[in-house]
Design a protein around this ligand. Structure first.
Ligand code: MUC
Ligand code: MG
Length: 382
């Protein structure tokens, strides 16, 4: 059966400000809250789909801010969508690409919302639109980023005891290489073989610092280093890869299929951190995974610390990947103090379980969403 044409009636962009459970320290910023950028697209049949375009630290991490995403969708993308057929997702995205340069996060949220609604109309999980599931749950890493060694060890012990996470990503790069490596080595010593320890430098090192740091980290038993040097320095990544025995993962270097192709050609990474937002959407992320597979680059399912919508959209896609050698890090909702779903996501046995319902398979609690909306907050009275 073919779906009848469904015209797009509304496109809404909501900004939700949500505190984090503790400060989250990255080399370029310390987060005390996250701004979720949620997009809802509703068709004339009343069916709505959700997408998310959340980023990290305003403009500290990427080129799109929550506010720029909202204004660019409202001003430039929504007019391209209103009245058009909601079910022709590829046609809608192609049309947007013809008129809008860049803006990968905004495009990802739009594509996710259209795809969620389409899958709901068809009565299938979102993963079915991308070929169906290879797995029903995803291993989930946790990021230790309190900035304090003892607190990080304590946090990791709790995660192991609860059987919530046994893959740990440590955020480093804000202190000296020596200080950072001592911090990492202490954590790895405390955890031993009970957990995999990886680090994310978020581009903070020079190539010479990385050469030194990676040797120390390899000796400390660290499994992988994510984005040790500047995103654009593919040659440097290749040189580091050739001279070290520790795996290198590309994150900020990887903004969609073109980057995936260039990195693979350059032999610049052992692993790709695939992110739906950085890839410009689900289809772009699927292409990144295909390039990785062809080039025998291993995969890791990355996050921009999205809330439940972006997290589940990512999970639905990552569940279709043939292999996910390094697991994933879709823990975003667990870093936030507020729940926005009617039923929380299920994290257990070191994994996130995928729901079986149609579309994203989640239901938002709209009262909670509304309570967190920036535009609904009572203005401060001075
Ligand atoms: C990043 O660079 O990977 C993902 C997990 C986390 O703690 O920060 C992000 C961003
Ligand atoms: Mg990273």
């Amino acid at each position: 059966p073919t779906l009848p044409a469904t015209s797009i009636e509304t496109v809404e962009v909501l900004l939700l400000d949500v505190p984090t459970i503790r400060p989250h320290r990255l080399s370029m910023t310390t987060m005390h809250r996250q701004t979720l950028v949620l997009v809802r697209i509703t068709g004339n049949d009343g069916v709505a789909g959700w997408g998310e375009a959340t980023t990290i630290g305003g403009l500290a991490y990427g080129e799109e801010s929550p506010e720029s995403i909202k204004v660019n969708i409202d001003t430039y993308i929504t007019p391209l969508l209103l009245g058009a057929d909601a079910n022709q997702v590829a046609a809608r995205m192609h049309h947007i690409d013809e008129h809008v340069q860049g803006n990968r996060f905004a495009k990802c949220a739009i594509e996710t919302a259209l795809s969620d609604a389409l899958a709901r109309r068809l009565g299938v999980p979102l993963s079915t639109l991308f070929g169906g599931r290879v797995r029903d749950s995803l291993p989930i890493a946790w990021t230790l980023a309190s900035g304090d060694t003892a607190r990080d060890i304590d946090e990791a012990e709790k995660m192991l005891a609860q059987r919530r996470h046994n893959l740990f990503k440590l955020k480093i790069g804000a202190r000296t290489v020596q200080q950072d490596c001592a911090h990492v080595a202490a954590i790895k010593r405390a955890l031993g073989e009970r957990g995999s320890v990886r680090v994310d430098v978020n581009q903070a090192w020079t190539e010479t610092e990385a050469m030194l740091g990676m040797q120390w980290l390899a000796d400390a038993g660290v499994d992988l280093v994510e984005q040790p040097i500047a995103a654009s320095n593919h040659d440097g990544l290749r040189r580091l890869r050739q001279k070290n025995r520790i795996a290198i993962m590309a994150d900020e270097s990887l903004h969609g299929p073109q980057d995936a192709y260039q990195l693979a050609r350059a032999g610049a990474a052992d692993v790709f951190a695939v992110k739906i937002n950085q890839s410009g959407g689900l289809a772009g992320a699927q292409q990144v995974a295909a390039i990785a597979s062809a080039a025998q680059v291993e995969l890791y399912g990355g996050t921009m610390l999205e809330g439940a919508i972006g997290t589940m959209a990512s999970a639905q896609l990552f569940a279709t990947f043939g292999t996910l050698a390094w697991g994933s890090e879709l823990f975003g909702p667990l870093l936030l103090t507020e729940e926005i779903l009617a039923t929380p996501l299920r994290y257990r046995d070191f994994a996130l379980e995928l729901p079986t319902g149609p579309g994203l398979g989640i239901t938002l609690d709209e009262d909670r969403v509304n309570a967190l909306r920036r535009d609904r907050k009572t203005p401060l009275v001075s």
